[in-house]
Write a protein that binds this ligand. Structure first.
Ligand code: MSP
Length: 517
């Protein structure tokens, strides 16, 4: 694998980042970090979606300019991703100049090609969705099914995109590539939507929406926010219809584009049609993740249950994002909805990261110091069956990631850690020490330490800080590629001193958590 390019949805900046936005960025970062262990060039794009009527209205109600409002809120997203150690390679803002220019050229190219045409239209526009709605998107009171608000009737002459021209090609692509949409059970949903598609309006008049990218040579029209937003995945790489930059040639097509299930239609139909119209290759996979609820309830401002990553950090006095990253990344099987609850969070990360994984390393190193003054003797080093076990786990983890089964891959890692814990219990090195069976005792400790290097590598995408702390104590290079793990890392000689041993993760303290709420 030469390169790996992954993207997230770009978030609307009309609010602050919450745990749902964070979920997606964590999933994508875990994928990116995993593939960085399998190739030399993993690239991740994220950013903010800053145009449209919603931003225009909110900033007006606050009495500040749209740009000022976007600047404030975009930095909130950037700060949140920093807090969560999201290792994005690039952050795009749709108000960036290069993006605006490229979107204008994309629009112009489609116009010249005849795929965009002008047409008078009356429709119902929902500003929450930033989309025209059809009958089936409305409830019995004529309100948007998602936002429960009445859409506005709009009568305008707009530009339209010939979506219908690409309908058959999209259907064929989805049918011929069963893994194009992940999870595959969502493909049918898209195929059903494709049955009834019509050409879509891709501009608004400046009088109805002024905060957007103007159409070149027709300043009275503003490019539809979704056309603007979807283009970010290629404008970020320098694509502008005339020039295919080195960067674009290197990374496009994307290996996986991660989005929420609510915006699958925009990505698997509109975006694909735009790419077809531009004669560009299609992304290899579109991963539609599920939604995160809070204590099993939908997150909403009106319910007052919106949880931000910062509030979780504060509540649990987190010093590193790893527990939250681990919890979110394993919250649900790929594509299914997941839930966040304080109690479950605490219980799961204490069990998996502190008790099971962290403790195993800590105990083993402590025994090495206690019985052997921290030294690995030549005769401890041997080939253990457990290494075959760990090798098998690496292959299983890779296989799951090939299908973006991130929670499933994590389960394999915890199973391996359970096996290692069982091995310690079964072989009881403390008893061997008591019986002065020193070589046998040392072999058990060596086996665990060597196997733990692979655990550090596999857990790294989820918990980069914990993995690094483990690697430091194991004298292991955390940048080792997965295929290069050879179970020959632990060398004979003085290995560790008592002072060097530190718990890699401390249990979350519930009393402390409640105090901070
Ligand atoms: N701006 C558009 C995306 C344009 S992509 C070219 C948008 N923005 S959003 O801020 O509403 O959502 C951004 C992402 O966060 C989407 O993928 C959405 O599915 C995801 N989530 C928003 N709330 C969520 C949850 N409660 N749970 C999980 N993900 C959710 O849509």
């Amino acid at each position: 694998m030469e390169k790996f390019y992954t993207t997230t949805a770009i978030d609307y900046v009309n609010g602050a980042p919450h745990i749902g936005h964070a979920y997606e960025k964590i999933l994508t970062d875990v994928i990116k970090r995993h593939f960085s262990q399998r190739c030399n060039d993993a690239y991740m794009l994220t950013g903010t979606d800053e145009h449209g009527i919603k931003i225009q209205k909110t900033s007006a109600s606050m009495g500040i300019s749209e740009k000022e409002f976007c600047d404030q809120n975009s930095s909130k997203f950037q700060n949140a991703w920093k807090l969560l150690d999201i290792s994005y390679s690039q952050f795009i803002r749709t108000t960036d100049d290069y993006h605006k220019k490229a979107v204008q050229k994309i629009f112009k190219k489609l116009l010249e090609k005849g795929d965009i045409y002008k047409h008078s239209y009356t429709g119902l526009y929902c500003s929450g969705c930033e989309a025209f709605l059809s009958e089936k998107d409305l409830d019995e009171n004529g309100c948007c099914l998602i936002h429960k608000t009445k859409p506005e009737e709009v009568s305008e002459e707009n530009y339209f995109f010939k979506l219908t021209k690409y309908k058959e090609r999209i259907i064929k692509h989805i049918k011929e590539n069963p893994n194009f949409i992940v999870p595959s059970f969502r493909a049918n949903e898209v195929l059903n939507q494709l049955e009834n598609i019509e050409d879509i309006s891709v501009s608004r008049t400046k009088t109805s929406v002024k905060w957007g990218i103007p159409v070149l040579d027709d300043e009275n029209q503003v490019i539809y926010v979704w056309i603007d937003a979807l283009s970010n995945y290629i404008t970020a790489l320098g694509y502008d219809t005339e020039n295919e930059t080195e960067k674009f040639k290197r990374y496009w097509p994307a290996d996986v584009q991660v989005i929420g299930k609510d915006i699958l239609k925009f990505h698997s139909i509109y975006w694909i049609a735009i790419l077809m119209a531009l004669d560009l290759p299609l992304p290899k996979h579109i991963l539609a993740h599920g939604w995160i609820t809070i204590d099993e309830a939908k997150m909403s401002k009106s319910l007052g249950n919106v949880v931000s990553p910062e509030s979780i950090f504060k509540a649990f006095n987190l010093e590193i994002p790893d527990p939250l990253r681990y919890y979110m990344a394993t919250a649900a099987p790929v594509g299914k909805d997941g839930n966040y609850s304080d109690d479950d969070f605490k219980e799961k990360v204490n069990a998996h990261l502190a008790n099971s994984m962290g403790n195993l390393l800590n105990r083993t190193l402590s025994m090495l110091v206690k019985y052997f003054d921290g030294e690995i003797k030549e005769e401890f080093i041997h080939k253990s069956e457990l290494f075959d076990n760990a090798k098998k786990t690496i292959e299983e983890v890779k296989h799951h990631f090939d299908y973006f089964e991130i929670a499933e891959a994590a389960l394999k890692i915890t199973e391996l850690v359970d096996t290692l814990n069982k091995y310690v219990t079964d072989n009881a090195p403390w008893t061997l020490a008591k019986e002065e069976k020193w070589t046998e005792c040392g072999k058990v400790l060596y086996t665990i330490l060597e196997a733990m290097t692979s655990v550090a590598s596999m857990i790294y995408p989820y918990c980069p800080n914990i993995a690094q702390a483990m690697a430091n104590q194991l004298k292991y290079d955390i940048n080792t590629k997965l295929d290069d793990i050879d179970f020959k890392n632990i060398k004979a000689g003085k290995f560790i001193t008592k002072e060097e041993i530190k718990p890699v993760f401390l249990r979350l303290d519930s009393e402390l958590a409640n105090k901070n709420k």
